[in-house]
Design a protein around this ligand. Structure first.
Ligand code: NDP
Length: 265
């Protein structure tokens, strides 16, 4: 039986754990699929490359989630609302787009618990879709960002926003690093003094970065807070994507335990 081909598109893409997760699940669940990685430099070429490579589905990572949104023929209502797509599935010649990052993140937050007043540090695409899904689930989300430009989008949607300069600290249950600070460097997502002040009144800290302990999580730990990195978010968004790729035929719990094994490889 010929294998269905899947891939992750991004730039850079070499660090991604998605091929390991999906291939492990294909193997364990006996599905004829194979998942690779593709470095796409020009996001406007996404649709063309997808079709040319004969793929059945892809995940999309930084910086192409908006291009992926534009490349789709059919959009799931949530992807349509947040205008960002991280999963595409080919069905009857049409590209169907979804956002599985935000539901993955919501699950992390629900499991972590500790309260519903949340401060996001960072205002990029991941923050945008996550803020919408959290608000729909009854969370109160504030956005703090290094610069003002990206905050406009959040303000228009009624979120409380601030830059480092205009921020007036108040109490938050959870502080989340939604930025790429700490991903490839050792920087904090906001000035240390500001972070110490919001974290010391909080109940926990979450980072969406995975594969390393970021300076942000180290600071939160040093203040005695419970912390969580981005690996479960990666896993949960991957489980939903796999379910979409394979047409809902497997139990999500089984997909998850197969994918979780890849974290020990
Ligand atoms: P974007 O490029 O859209 O946004 C980046 C944000 O980070 C901006 O708000 C930017 O601020 C801020 N930022 C960047 N560098 C710094 C810095 N040194 N100090 C303070 N702020 C900084 O990124 P995404 O939203 O797509 O991704 C954000 C993070 O989420 C990435 O680290 C990514 O790896 C992670 N991610 C993890 C997932 C998972 O499954 N665990 C899934 C998806 C994303 P400014 O506006 O001022 O430039």
């Amino acid at each position: 039986m010929p294998k269905e081909l899947f891939a992750i598109f991004g730039d850079p893409v070499s660090h991604s754990r998605s091929p390991l997760m999906h291939n492990r699940a294909f193997q364990k669940l006996g599905y004829p699929g194979c998942y690779g990685r593709y470095r796409l430099e020009d996001g406007t070429q996404l649709r063309e490359r997808f079709l040319e490579l004969g793929l059945q589905g892809i995940n999309i990572t930084v910086p192409h989630k908006e291009h992926a949104f534009e490349a789709c023929d059919v959009l799931d209502p949530f992807a349509q609302k947040v205008e960002a797509v991280n999963t595409i599935v080919l069905r009857e010649g049409k590209l169907h787009g979804y956002n599985t990052d935000a539901p993955g993140f919501l699950r992390v937050m629900e499991e972590f618990g500790s309260g519903k007043r949340v401060l996001f540090l960072g205002a990029g695409g991941t923050a945008a879709s996550s803020a919408v899904i959290l608000r729909e689930a009854g969370y109160e989300v504030g956005i703090l960002n290094r610069s003002a430009g990206r905050l406009e989008h959040f303000r228009e949607q009624g979120f409380e926003t601030a830059t480092w300069e205009s921020f007036e600290p108040r109490e938050y249950d959870l502080v989340v690093n939604m930025s790429s600070a700490g991903l490839t460097d050792e920087s904090l997502p906001a000035p240390e003094e500001l972070l110490r002040s919001v974290l010391s009144g909080g109940k926990g800290a979450v980072d969406v970065i995975y594969g390393k302990k970021t300076p942000f999580l180290r600071l939160a730990e040093s203040l005695g807070l419970p912390t969580k990195d981005g690996s479960d978010m990666l896993l949960y968004q991957g489980v939903i994507a796999f379910d979409l790729f394979t047409g809902g035929r497997f139990d999500r719990g089984e997909i998850e335990s197969a994918m979780r094994e890849s974290f020990t490889l």
